[in-house]
Design a protein around this ligand. Structure first.
Ligand code: HEM
Ligand code: SF4
Ligand code: SF4
Length: 365
């Protein structure tokens, strides 16, 4: 039995999650029936023993598509009780907890922690507005909170997020590190980028994943695309707006039919549709493949993203109405809460999965 390689998860929950993932992988490695479903099984067959770092890598490579659960002859009620999506999901939860040390309580109580963070950030945004107010003659949201104050607020939250994300990724790299790691070349990074951007392994072996039950489908993948690409479009809208405002000196607000207006509206609507779809799937999914803790963890990010997207669209609709000020304050507070929450919770999966996919592409080469 291999011991911890370079780093190990700590605590009883971490040890139990590693033990169950190791036991499952050893049985799967003897069986190999699921080889065609995803990247996990080809990666597994390259290993005879599973160090902690190997298991953390495999857990973050698993997309939780559930195909191997419904196909498995050793799934419960069989005495082996093999449940790969649940075992890998539990281990991923431990990775999130340890990527941001000292924040275990956030992983254990994600819904109340996120609601509290959101309330605090909205309160800070409102205090900020009352103390500093809008610019004299300012247009749109600059009439609510002045341009310089808005920039300072946004930059502070973005700096906290960027520092936390970099720290979390370095920490993940240390946790998933093994002695025999393949070199990740430029080609592997490109392959990993393609697999992450297309969510290739939420497509199962081709027929899709088991979204809610034994039937195959692409619903989960499509809803995630709408949410994640919608998020990317909103991010692009804000970046283009910043270039217009600060470099080209075209002051905000921008009309519906402008680059930031179109990107923000399409992105916001994509996020709302995708998030609503994922929340619906979560309500009707087979409870055997996840835990209340992992469902709450996912839901906390989904709810936060929903508030950000809905208030972003509401700002446009509330323009020049009495609701405008309150909408701007809630939007600003929710964006700040999202930035602060990014390194502490579910959002980190995007970086961890990207690193795992690039490493897998390197190993396969
Ligand atoms: C590198 C890019 C990304 C990859 C490969 C990826 C992959 C995945 C996968 C495989 C799942 C399902 C398994 C799980 O719940 O962990 C998932 C869920 C989720 N992702 Fe992503 N993701 C990416 C980026 C993003 C981004 C940018 C966001 C936020 C805008 C996001 C938000 C979520 C949320 C909220 C869930 C939980 C949804 C649910 O199952 O109900 N992801 N992601
Ligand atoms: S999940 Fe089950 S059927 Fe698939 S490889 Fe593992 S033990 Fe075999
Ligand atoms: S749940 Fe899906 S992605 Fe995860 S190991 Fe099974 S087949 Fe692969």
């Amino acid at each position: 039995m291999p011991g911890p390689d370079l780093a190990a998860l700590t605590g009883a929950k971490g040890a139990a999650a590693l033990d169950e993932a190791r036991r499952s992988m050893q049985i799967c490695n003897a069986c190999r029936y699921c080889e065609g479903y995803c990247a996990v099984f080809p990666a597994m067959t390259m290993r005879r023993e599973f160090s902690d770092g190997d298991l953390i890598h495999l857990a973050n490579l698993c997309h939780g598509c559930r195909d191997c659960f419904y196909a498995c002859q050793y799934a419960p009620p069989h005495e082996f009780g093999i449940n790969i999506p649940k075992a890998m999901g539990d281990l991923r939860m431990e990775t999130y907890a340890q990527a941001a040390p000292g924040t275990r309580w956030l992983v254990d109580r994600p819904l109340s922690a996120t609601a509290l963070l959101l309330a605090i950030m909205i309160a800070i945004a409102e205090t900020y507005r009352r103390l500093l107010g809008g610019d004299a003659g300012g247009q749109g949201f600059y009439a609510v909170i002045g341009r310089e104050a808005m920039i300072a607020f946004g930059m502070t939250a973005a700096t906290i997020a960027a520092a936390g994300l970099i720290f979390g990724l370095l920490r993940y790299r240390a946790l998933a590190r093994t002695k025999a790691m393949a070199k990740v070349s430029i080609t592997s990074w490109l392959k990993g980028t393609g697999d992450a951007a297309s969510l290739r392994y939420l497509g199962g072996g081709g027929a899709g994943c088991n979204d809610t039950d034994e039937g195959f489908g692409q619903k989960r993948r499509i809803f995630h695309h709408l949410m994640a690409w919608g998020f990317a479009a909103c991010f692009a809208a804000t970046s283009v707006g910043a270039i217009y405002d600060h470099l080209l000196h075209w002051p905000a607000p921008y009309p519906w039919l402008s680059v930031p207006g179109i990107l923000g509206t399409i992105g916001g609507l994509g996020m709302i549709i995708g998030i609503t779809g994922l929340l619906w799937l979560k309500r009707i999914e087979d409870r055997a493949v996840s835990t209340p803790a992992s469902r709450a963890f996912d839901t906390s990010l989904l709810m936060l993203l929903l508030v950000v997207a809905a208030t972003g669209i509401a700002i446009r609709l509330a323009h020049e109405s009495s609701w405008f000020t309150v909408t701007v304050v809630i939007h600003l507070g929710s964006v700040a809460a999202l930035f602060v929450a990014m390194p502490l919770g579910k959002f980190m999966h995007s970086g961890f999965r990207y690193l795992a996919l690039a490493r897998h592409a390197g190993e396969q080469r």
